[in-house]
Design a protein around this ligand. Sequence first.
Ligand code: IPE
Ligand code: IPE
Ligand code: MG
Length: 251
Amino acid sequence: MSLIEQIDKDRVPEHVAVIMDGNGRWAKQKSMPRVFGHKNGVKAVRSTIETAGEIGVKALTLYAFSTENWNRPKLEVKTLMSLLVSSLKNEVKNLQKNNVKLQAIGNLNLLPEKARKELNEVINLTSNNSGIILTLALSYGAREELTQAFQKISQKIVNKELMPEEITEKVINNHLYTFTLPDVDLLIRTSGEQRISNFLLWQIAYSELYFTDVLWPDFGKEDFLKAILNYQNRERRFGKTSEQIEKIDNE
Ligand code: IPE
Ligand code: IPE
Ligand code: MG
């Protein structure tokens, strides 16, 4: 049986998030500059979006650039930003064809004007698509996201629009950039690093974590399907016992 045939259609994760890592090392292995790795990472992005849509994932969130990544060499940052613009231009047709709805999270004000403009254009163009929701995390940091949420909530308290005892998990969730998305079911990180690097801290509270040594430019359809199958072999207990979960499953 092929990998895709092994997927249980009833247990596809609703929200998959990916830390796309290892472009620099991929290029280094080939004695090429780091940006060569970034350029070759684009096809892995395309294949991941297509495969996720194909198997029925509802939301896919890709970590493309972190708040910390602004500290990289100027030339690398510049190239990543132009790559964002060219990829958006090149991929818009594919996104439309696959019925993908694009959105973005992060401190987008920091993006160069051109990138912000292109991003907004594609977001508008795809806004009526009803397929997979693709969220690009750009200039994104989870601590920054939480900080701005606390600031907005505090302002509401000062304005007497909200009482402190009314701050619930739901209220906090509603002030995050990801307020329209369900919690992350599966978090994938490529390149062998086993860390979160300031990605979606609140939203991954009960995610299944999947780490693979594959470097991002090499991450293909089969690799994504392997991650999904691995996820489907896990038991998500959410604090309960295995016996309780089996009982619910059998009901
Ligand atoms: C991920 O690849 C892409 C970004 C963070 C923008 P890296 O550029 O981090 O590649 P490595 O980790 O140095 O190999
Ligand atoms: C995390 O990768 C950010 C993205 C994939 C966009 P990094 O390569 O920047 O993470 P660290 O610094 O190695 O943890
Ligand atoms: Mg890295």
